[in-house]
Design a binder for this molecule. Structure first.
Ligand code: PGA
Length: 250
């Protein structure tokens, strides 16, 4: 089974509506021939314009979070239904910044992932270890547990994109070596195989994230277990097109 590469930009809390619209307009012509699936994940307030501006293009729009409930007294939250209604297609779930600063747990990650799939939104569900965990030899256990708990009871696991992002490589300029990134994506794939069988393991797409740039994406994408990238800092300028079109640089 061949897995289509998927490159997603996580804009985090950057770019208001005007700047977001400008960046989208500048990227549209630059990514139009990309063979990889191309996803932009701007802040919530940018989403309606982002969906409108990318209609009839090869760019898909994702949110950076959602709540698992449909409505109610959840101040500051956005329901998956609301995202779906405006034409959002993807949603990042359980990013390490949400786990660290907003108390996301494997349990909430699981609820959100299940709910997103139920709504027909495609989750980009994140996992990854801290530097301390890696240095003490616990990286594999941490990642395997995040997958076992965060991605249990999923009907169609191949509709989930899994992003492996070692926390020590996020926004630090330190990329995991290609071999380290591939090895950890392999732990994820193996765990999915144990949970859902060999076909699921073969079909599920796994992204690497953490200081991905135009200069390192080609080599990362050559690794057999890496099917794409979740890109933070380097998704905020028109240079992101070079990452999306990694295969044209190879
Ligand atoms: P970075 O962020 O590319 O800036 O390291 C990646 C992410 O947090 O998704």
């Amino acid at each position: 089974m061949s897995r289509r590469p998927i490159i997603a930009g996580n804009w985090k809390m950057n770019k208001g509506i005007k700047e977001a619209n400008e960046l989208i307009e500048s990227l549209k012509p630059l990514v139009k021939d990309a063979t990889a699936e191309c996803v932009f994940c701007p802040p919530f307030i940018d989403l309606p314009d982002a969906v409108r501006l990318t209609k009839d293009t090869n760019i898909e729009i994702g949110a950076q979070n959602m709540h698992w409930e449909e409505a109610g007294a959840f101040t500051g939250e956005i329901a998956g239904e609301m995202l779906k209604a405006i034409g959002v297609k993807f949603v990042i779930i359980g990013h390490s910044e949400r786990r660290e600063y907003f108390n996301e747990t494997d349990e909430t990650v699981n609820k959100k992932t299940i709910k997103a799939l139920k709504l027909g939104l495609k989750p980009i569900t994140c996992c990854g270890e801290t530097l301390e965990q890696r240095e003490s030899g616990k990286a594999k256990d941490i990642v395997v547990n995040q997958i076992k708990n965060g991605l249990k009871d999923i009907d169609d696991i191949t509709a989930v994109v899994i992003a492996y992002e070692p926390i020590w490589a996020i926004g630090t300029g330190k990329t995991a070596s290609n071999a380290e990134a591939n090895e950890a994506c392999g732990w994820v794939r193996e765990t999915i195989g144990e949970m859902y069988g060999p076909e699921a393991a073969e079909g599920v797409r796994i992204q690497y994230g953490g200081s991905v740039k135009p200069g390192n994406v080609v080599a990362l994408m050559e690794e057999p277990n890496i099917d794409g990238a979740l890109v933070g800092g380097a998704s905020l300028t028109a240079d992101f097109a070079k990452i999306v079109k990694f295969d044209a640089q190879a």
